[in-house]
Design a protein around this ligand. Structure first.
Ligand code: SF4
Length: 327
């Protein structure tokens, strides 16, 4: 499974959610400065990389999360973004998950051929608290994207999106607590409220993880690692709403037949994970000790795979920079 594409690395903090940014934390752990922004080398063209037999490593129908150690709309990345857009354009059979805290920069930095949006791009804004939700969601609703979502992570304050959902543009809402040093608590009632608002509009809601500090019924829980995601799943709050229809095509513009689209495999270990609804599936990394029946996929040229725990970290809490765009 090929979850992450980091065409550039490094960032500048721009809002409350950035305070304990995992990228800065992990870079510091390695003696590096997360404020040093650079274009990755071999990893820059990762979605176009092929196996020895000439097939794309990232398979039709997979979802790639873009710029998980930066922000796709970062000003410093302006010189590189057109090339990245062109790579996205060349893979109309793959879903690209974009997430930004800078939606005000998006309209001026879309590709020339954008029109009313590309089918293979899902655009998300971070809403870590109500202030940022009210600032970013109106911009999100005004932008030309075929698929739009919201990510409340790190979820550090109550957020109501009730007034934004009836427009029907927001297809998915994700939330997750905070991690690492200084993690601020996430509260069950905030998650519950988001769930209820999404349920009322049949919008998919995924409670990805509790974060390190989670408060329920007045009691603070300290959770580390995969337990955060397991507890989120156990809450039973995640659900699939109205299906999101990505009209993926081949490079000639013809729809990719259903049978040619990648089908995720979920192993025994995945059944406890809160991310399953938005995950590309088990990577067969073996870290959980499970010998999966899908292990044969490994010899089909799937390389650079991540463990289930790695995926949780990648999206929500931690992900070390890796020049080849894989981790
Ligand atoms: S990577 Fe994200 S959280 Fe970190 S500083 Fe950039 S925008 Fe903020």
């Amino acid at each position: 499974m090929h979850d992450i594409w980091n065409p550039w690395h490094g960032c500048k903090k721009c809002s409350e959610g950035c305070q304990n940014c995992y990228m800065f934390y992990l870079d510091a752990q390695r003696g590096q400065d997360g404020g040093k922004i650079y274009r990755t080398k071999a990893g820059f063209r990762y979605p176009l990389s092929k196996t020895r037999s000439g097939e794309y490593k990232v398979r039709s129908g997979e979802m790639i999360r873009v710029c998980m150690t930066s922000d796709f709309f970062l000003e410093e990345a302006d010189p590189w973004r057109d090339e990245a857009w062109d790579i996205i354009r060349q893979r109309p059979d793959v879903k690209f998950f974009l997430l930004t805290k800078r939606p005000q920069r998006v309209r001026d930095h879309l590709p020339k051929s954008w029109g009313d949006g590309w089918e293979n791009v899902m655009f998300n804004v971070t809403c870590e608290n109500q202030k940022r939700a009210d600032e970013r969601i109106p911009i999100l609703l005004d932008l030309p994207f075929k698929h739009k979502g919201i990510m409340c992570a790190p979820f550090i304050g109550p957020v109501s999106i009730r007034k934004y959902l009836p427009a029907g543009q927001i297809e998915q809402v994700l939330c997750d607590g905070e991690n690492y040093g200084g993690a601020r608590p996430c509260r069950y009632e905030w998650v519950r409220q988001l769930h209820d608002e999404c349920a009322a509009c049949n919008v998919t809601f995924v409670f990805c993880g509790t974060g390190r500090r989670f408060v329920k019924e007045g009691k603070m829980y300290h959770l580390e690692g995969s337990v955060q995601s397991e507890q989120a799943r156990k809450s039973g709050l995640s659900f699939s709403g109205k299906p999101i229809q990505f009209r993926l095509t081949n490079s000639w513009g013809y729809p990719v037949p259903e049978e040619q689209l990648y089908k995720p495999y979920f192993g025994e270990h995945c059944r406890t994970c809160g991310m399953q609804l938005i995950c590309n599936g088990c990577s067969h990394c073996g870290k959980c000790g499970e010998k999966s029946p899908g292990a044969d996929q490994a010899v089909l040229g799937i390389q650079g795979m991540q463990g289930q725990f790695g995926q949780i970290q990648a999206l929500t809490s931690a992900f070390p920079a890796d020049d080849n765009g894989e981790a």
